[in-house]
Write a protein that binds this ligand. Sequence first.
Ligand code: GLN
Length: 486
Amino acid sequence: MIDSSLKDIAAALRAKTVSAVELATDSLARIAARDGQINAFVTVDHDGALAAARTADARIAAGDAGPLTGIPLAHKDVFCTEGVLTTCGSKMLANFTSPYDAHVVSLLKAAGAVMVGKTNMDEFAMGSSNESSHSGPTRNPWDTTKVPGGSSGGSAAAVAARMVPIATGTDTGGSVRQPAALCGITGIKPTYGSVSRFGMIAYASSLDQGGAFARSAEDCAQLLTAMMGHDPRDSTSLERSYDDCSAGLSQPLAGLRIGLPREFFAEGMSADVRAAVDAAIAEYRKLGATLVEVSLPNARLAIPAYYVIAPAEASSNLSRFDGVRYGHRAASYTDLNDMYCKSRAEGFGAEVKRRILVGTYVLSHGYYDAYYIKAQKLRRLIAQDFAAAFEHCDIIAGPTNPTVAYGLGEKTADPVQMYLGDIYTVAVNLAGLPALSHPAGFGAGALPVGLQLIGNYFGEARLLGAAHQFQQATDWHTRAPTVQGA
Ligand code: GLN
């Protein structure tokens, strides 16, 4: 039943052909059987899941169920969960249990979704491969010698390996879209400000945004609708009325103008990814969309701008981890300063330290204008490029990733190579736009390829609608990896 669409699961729950407890039990059994291979979960909340499922069953019996009531789900371990460990993939928070729920977690609890556990991630969401986690790397369900993508790789792998039908993630520079692409599922990051960041452990606050994973665009739409909304506890949460993300699902593709940025197709994509992306775009055209060439002339500056701004914000955000109130504290130290130094030296991994150093450097006196201010100017130019492109098209399409999933350990020694893998995703975050990735076929090694669709501000329903129309006509999103222990 977990393999069915959310709509079908909800209908079965209402018809009482399955119970929420049975669904949770099935999800937990799959995790027990499959996660030894994948390592998608940091924490499995067996008892909590069954208790939530019993509550969901009572709600269903009382006729008080919503579309997500009784649906098993996993949260990325960046979201604070009351009473359940929240590690953020770091030794610094390996012992941290939050006293409160993140806003997203409360919304989904209130909707009756059943959290089965917390998923693995790159430490503090910094990474593209899910290898920097304190809990060890997550492995790609399609080939366990490959990375699942990051930083929300645990969530993507959990959905791809059919352990849960839906999961949450966060996307600061691609961390929902990129693992969705590498794991062969659908993932969306909405317009900046639509999902509350309250209780979502901060990496780079002006870029971080919660997002949704599912196998299909239709299911993503349901999950994202439940996650969006104004929250006064997040000062960047937008006060507006939020559309139902499912509103565009039945809209045909005829008349949709898809912009293809010249710069995305010039070079950089591997031949197998290019072939799958071209074929998917041809399918959109066959279904009635019109293709227009657009230009994002400053797209090439997105990586340097992002890798100044994100570390700058990270260096500030991560200063709160000092070993005093919560998190890791060194066992022995000479004075207060020594305690801070040792706790941080022991608690943070290499990539996090690198970001803190880079961030502190670009914000320092004398370098602030040369790096940080310059990067902010580039950020504005990049946003203006998108605005100009959207005068000629409704959505923009391109690759999510330059290649299919690569080998574990292949890029860990060369951070710049790792950063370059974000070439197609980071510009979207700099501009604050919504974007999704959906399965678009397979490349080298029979590994999944993702197609990225980028929308204008608040264009989530349109994006998901387009992807849904594509998924009605194709079956890439229904393909499942063979996971041992299945
Ligand atoms: N790979 C990017 C980084 O390491 C994006 C990560 C993310 O979106 N959280 O910063």
